[in-house]
Design a protein around this ligand. Sequence first.
Ligand SMILES: Cc1cc2nc3c(=O)[nH]c(=O)nc-3n(C[C@H](O)[C@H](O)[C@H](O)COP(=O)(O)O)c2cc1C
Length: 357
Amino acid sequence: MKGIRIGQYEIEKPIVQGGMGLGISWDSLAGNVSANGGLGTISSVGTGYYQEGRFAKKLVKGRPFDTENLYNAEALKEIFKNARKICGDKPLACNILRAINDYDRVVGDAIAAGANIIVTGAGLPLNLATLVADHPQVEIVPIVSSDRALKIICSRWQRAGRLPGAVIVEGPLSGGHQGAKMEELELPEHQLEAILPPIVEERDKWGDFPIIVAGGVWDNDDIKRLMALGADAVQLGTRFAATYESDASQGFKDVLLNATNDDIIYVKSPVGYPGRAVRTPLTTDLQPNPKIQCISNCVQPCDKAKGARQVGFCIADSLADAQAGKYETGLFFTGANGYRVDKLYHVDELINELMGE
Ligand SMILES: Cc1cc2nc3c(=O)[nH]c(=O)nc-3n(C[C@H](O)[C@H](O)[C@H](O)COP(=O)(O)O)c2cc1C
């Protein structure tokens, strides 16, 4: 299996590690994936929690206060610096969700931190090409779940003199937030195998940038099958979350190790998309909770806890608790295959296995 080229960057192996917030893919995981010839993706989510919150100027109840402390520029810089100690000059991506507050500023932070590639999903990143206009060293990559979304993005980016360096096509078996509504997720027309061919056709109208598919990729057979449908590379989340090098706590990894198929569920998230997670005390009996207070002001659609009160949990607080392994209060995102995690891998071992070596 050959690697891919994302604009000016050569990725030796067709294996991308998906950005995973909060704090699942920081320096250790992303650095090790890139060092081993894949593309590591640093998550920009919740960097104010990095190293016990030491970069946040203000913490309230141990949580970064407000958007600028939650998406902390200095911490992101430090994460890149530490990842570079592992992978040197090899390409590193940064994942920035479109739905966050301060999106434009965080894109600037990622550029300043030395991201080679910026990846955005959870909304259409229509202004991303403009934001990187003065930074030709930065490639931009959208995450889409339909040919229509790719078309809209390409036509907008072309007006700003850019096209995607690659496109990530995420199907409904993926971990975390989904690109389709709850009632659509199981429908045949929303599955990766169905959405991929029209996206390949749409890509052909714009150029030959690679197509990276995500959601439910488990092994070399899956990769071969998806490549036969037109994919150039794959992105994995869950399997990389369950590595020794992943930046999650052992408690997080234990939740994946212990999950059964029945434990993999959807939750309504304040981000406005359904999310896939492991059934834990937090997800059981979720009800509207008017008492939830907003500390970190994380995403636009939640509107300072209005969304959180409706669904019954704060997304930033719950993901941070999961990363720290707090079983009672954490929200543990996973892909549909999370129940298949029965041991932890080292990143090099996992990449070799995926490559069929
Ligand atoms: C714990 C976890 C957190 C995730 N967080 C993000 C995120 O912050 N941004 C994003 O674009 N995708 C996120 N994802 C999706 C992954 O990047 C990846 O595309 C997806 O999980 C692929 O499906 P798989 O888990 O079946 O391999 C997350 C996935 C997991 C499992």
